[in-house]
Design a protein around this ligand. Structure first.
Ligand SMILES: NC(=O)c1ccc[n+]([C@@H]2O[C@H](COP(=O)([O-])OP(=O)(O)OC[C@H]3O[C@@H](n4cnc5c(N)ncnc54)[C@H](O)[C@@H]3O)[C@@H](O)[C@H]2O)c1
Ligand SMILES: O=P(O)(O)OC[C@H](O)CO
Length: 327
């Protein structure tokens, strides 16, 4: 099987880690980054800004030249933050060859429109098959080559399976799915619950509160996904339950770390990207627009807006009318 020429757009932690994983899967990988320093560093097997101290495969081509990165490519992974996807496509979509699969790797909902990232991409890329790569996977783990499983979802099931085959290696196992919407929603919303989990820990509310919050958060996640037409079993998988388990349980998650600082009343300045911050408010609106009750997401959105304190939010959640567990 000849290797694919794969282009990764985005030289942050996740773009770099995915480039490393795909190179280990014997694909030819070019990573496009905005800044020259990152592109040069990638070409010599490092990314000191986003993945300090981690040795990468030495034969990933780093470049700031988008034509060089995209001419003749077989597959494109877009790995910029969710709120930067539109800007990135505004600048680069014209260079992506028609009919080449495009894999969206960010986790979020567009704040200004409430669109899923595949909907944003579809506005720019009419002819390209779209997919999403998601699941429980920290960039540092993947870049180091630690065993990880993710899911690649696309509307075209056989293409998703082909991508999963191309991307997989001994340490990076890709499952495939045709439930693009379910996989996108799972990835986007788990960040909001990870902020909540961090806040519960930071505010010393106890392990029981933590378990209750994650369980009821999972109910909200499944309800919203169902309202979008996603399949319930998708949310029981890697991009759903799997990613909730990961990011709601460890400070290694930037979203959990953000919530932890919030819960402790610490400064939020200079914290790394926590996608849930941008997604929480719009997710609450999207849920309401679909007639779905999502009290935990709403609470996170209000806490982030500073319209309620964590203690007030907990009081509101605990005093909601009683009901059966399945409602
Ligand atoms: N880091 C992880 O462990 C991880 C794992 C899975 C998924 N993700 C998801 O991947 C996405 C990116 O996260 P990350 O960890 O790489 O973030 P990061 O902060 O490490 O890097 C973001 C990168 O995007 C670039 N960028 C930002 N705006 C841009 C624009 N308009 N045009 C071009 N480049 C732009 C930045 O320069 C930077 O290189 C997020 O949605 C995140 O949820 C991250
Ligand atoms: O560090 P986080 O919270 O952005 O999480 C990273 C990945 O999404 C985990 O799957």
């Amino acid at each position: 099987m000849n290797p694919w020429r794969i282009t990764v757009l985005g030289g942050g932690a996740w773009g770099t880690a995915l480039a490393a994983a795909l190179r280990r899967a014997s694909q030819q990988v070019t990573l496009w980054a905005r800044d020259t320093e990152t592109a040069k560093a990638i070409s010599i097997g490092e990314n000191p800004r986003y993945l300090p101290g981690i040795r990468l495969p030495g034969d990933i081509v780093g470049t700031t030249d988008s034509a060089h990165a995209l001419d003749g490519t077989d597959c494109v992974l877009i790995v910029v933050p969710a709120q930067s996807l539109r800007d990135t496509l505004d600048g680069l979509a014209f260079r992506i060859p028609p009919h080449v699969p495009v894999v969206l790797c960010a986790k979020g909902i567009e704040r200004s429109t409430g669109l899923l990232l595949s909907d944003v991409a579809r506005e720019h890329l009419q002819g390209n098959p779209l997919a999403a790569l998601s699941g429980p996977s920290f960039a540092t783990d993947v870049a180091r080559g630690l065993p990880t499983a993710v899911v690649v979802a696309g509307e075209d099931e056989s293409l998703a399976a082909l991508m999963a085959l191309r991307f997989s290696s001994e340490t990076f196992r890709c499952y495939s799915s045709d439930d693009l919407t379910g996989v996108e929603i799972g990835g986007a919303l788990k960040n909001v619950f990870a902020i909540a989990a961090g806040a519960v820990t930071g505010a010393n509310l106890g392990a029981s509160a933590q378990a209750a919050m994650v369980t009821r958060g999972f109910v909200e996640l499944r309800r919203i996904a169902a309202a979008f037409g996603a399949r319930p079993e998708t949310l029981m998988g890697l991009s759903g339950l799997g990613d909730l388990m990961l990011t709601c349980s460890t400070v290694q998650s930037r979203n959990f770390a953000y919530g932890l600082a919030l819960g402790r009343g610490e400064s939020l300045d200079n914290l790394p990207l926590a996608e849930g911050v941008a997604t929480a408010g719009i997710a609450a609106k999207v849920a309401a627009d679909h007639g779905v009750e999502a009290p935990i997401i709403s609470a996170v959105a209000q806490i982030l807006k500073r319209t309620v304190t964590i203690q007030e939010a907990v009081q509101q959640l605990m005093n909601r009318p009683l009901k059966t567990e399945s409602e």
